[in-house]
Write a protein that binds this ligand. Structure first.
Ligand code: FDA
Length: 390
């Protein structure tokens, strides 16, 4: 039987980082993955340019049943630490909006960097490997289709359930449960929302239209772009709010966040001779103006329209309340919310409290970031913490 100090299950962002750090400590590390190439989500992330971190990383930008859990890891391995690695490898990068850092070129550079670091640290990577089960007597025993492997530590880094066609599975969750760890709140996050037939009848003709909005659900609010789709709504604002949205709960949209309430009455006084349609088309994409403008306001001068009707249209646009019928599920979700209950893990090392030598990192843990590089930062930070001790 092959012997290693550390076997990492999953050659994604968290697993590779963990392997590098453990390998640098002189540990004999093997990374196993069923895919035939490592870091597939890194490769497709950020439109192929990988939004690899966010300079505004802070615990408040993560969802978890225990909002304090992520603090230790995020403070010990920061966006600056990852940037140092990126710069050491001469990878050009830029800040886009909202503190999001992207490669200037391809996301492949990030995977190549991680693989080069793995090689330098003596890490072995075995791809196309089916993992059957993990058991433990004195040491862990990982059963694979190419034989069993014994290890002192096993790191669960196979991520969440999002995008099954990229090879996502619940393996980390399943093994965690077999070792007595609990799962909590698992559902798709950062996912487009779909509309019921009645809402869709109104908005489907807007598919492809994008505009900046304020979106709110409960106490959470985001200002980013929203995109109408053939099934409902998407775009960064909607992906963000989807992580707090629950079935049956309405979301509130301000489709004109830069206009004050009463803007139509103000325009009426300033330019009474123009039509309401012209006024709306100045602040909204024309197709939207046409969908939202009621028939009674579509003809004639705005100066002739009653304030009451203008006020009603203003609030329809600034406080549009819609209850999504559902989400587009794991097939379209960028992340999986929930995961292994953080109460079962050490926040400093990611080691299971009840199973010494078993670690859970990355998206498999109940820590999920906002859109914008936060999820990779969690993968790097949690992987780094486990790699320091595994
Ligand atoms: P990750 O999913 O990266 O890795 C898990 C690994 O385990 C994979 O290599 C997989 O093949 C392997 N595996 C799974 N099941 C297995 C099994 N049964 N046996 C063996 N191996 C198995 N985040 C961000 O911060 N910035 C961004 O730009 C983006 N963009 C983005 C785009 C898209 C389309 C998606 C789907 C996601 C993002 N994300 C993102 C989220 C980010 O990709 C995600 O949070 C991290 O990749 C999670 O890292 P992990 O290492 O935990 O899992």
């Amino acid at each position: 039987m092959r012997q290693f100090d550390v076997v990492v299950l999953g050659a994604g962002a968290a697993g590779l980082m963990c392997a590098i750090v453990a390998g640098r400590r002189g540990r004999r590390v093997l990374v196993l993955d069923h895919a035939d190439e490592p870091g597939r989500k890194i490769l497709i992330s950020g439109g192929g340019r990988c939004n690899f971190t966010n300079i505004h990383t802070a615990p408040e930008r993560f969802f978890s049943a225990n909002p304090h859990f992520c603090k230790s890891a995020l403070s010990r391995y920061t966006p600056r630490d990852f940037l140092d690695l990126v710069e050491k490898h001469g990878i050009a990068w830029h800040e886009k909006t909202l503190g999001q850092l992207f490669c200037d070129g391809s996301a492949r550079a990030i995977v190549a960097m991680l693989l080069a670091e793995c090689e330098a640290a003596g890490v072995k990577i075995q791809l196309g490997c089916r993992i059957a089960e993990v058991t433990r007597t004195e040491r862990f025993r990982v059963e694979t289709d190419t034989g069993a492997i014994a290890a002192e530590s096993v790191v669960l880094a196979t991520g969440g359930l999002s995008i099954p066609k990229l090879g996502a599975t619940g393996l980390a969750h399943d093994i965690a449960v077999r070792f007595g760890l609990r799962l909590i709140g698992i559902r798709p996050g950062l996912v487009p929302l779909s509309f019921a037939a009645a809402d869709l009848a109104r908005t489907q003709k807007l598919a492809g239209v994008s505009l900046p909005v304020d979106v709110r659900c409960g106490a959470k609010k985001f200002r980013e772009a929203m995109l109408f789709t053939h099934r409902g709504i998407s775009g960064p604002a909607i992906l963000q709010i989807s992580s707090v949205w629950r079935d049956g709960v309405p979301i509130m949209l301000d489709l004109l966040p830069d206009e004050a309430a009463g803007f139509l009455q103000a325009r009426k006084r300033a330019r009474p001779g123009v039509s309401a349609r012209t006024v709306l088309a100045e602040v909204l994409p024309q197709r939207m103006a046409d969908v939202f403008l009621p028939d009674e306001l579509s003809a004639g001068r705005i100066g002739a329209q009653p304030d009451r009707a203008l006020m009603a249209l203003g609030s329809a646009l600034k406080s549009w309340q819609v209850t999504p019928a559902g989400s587009e599920g794991y097939a379209k979700a960028e992340v999986t919310l929930g995961g292994v209950d953080t109460a079962c893990l050490s926040s400093r090392t990611m080691e299971a409290r009840s199973a010494k030598g078993l670690f859970v990192i990355g998206e498999a843990v109940d820590v999920t970031g906002w859109l914008g590089g936060y999820n990779f930062q969690w993968a790097w930070a949690s992987g780094w913490c486990a790699g320091c001790v595994a």
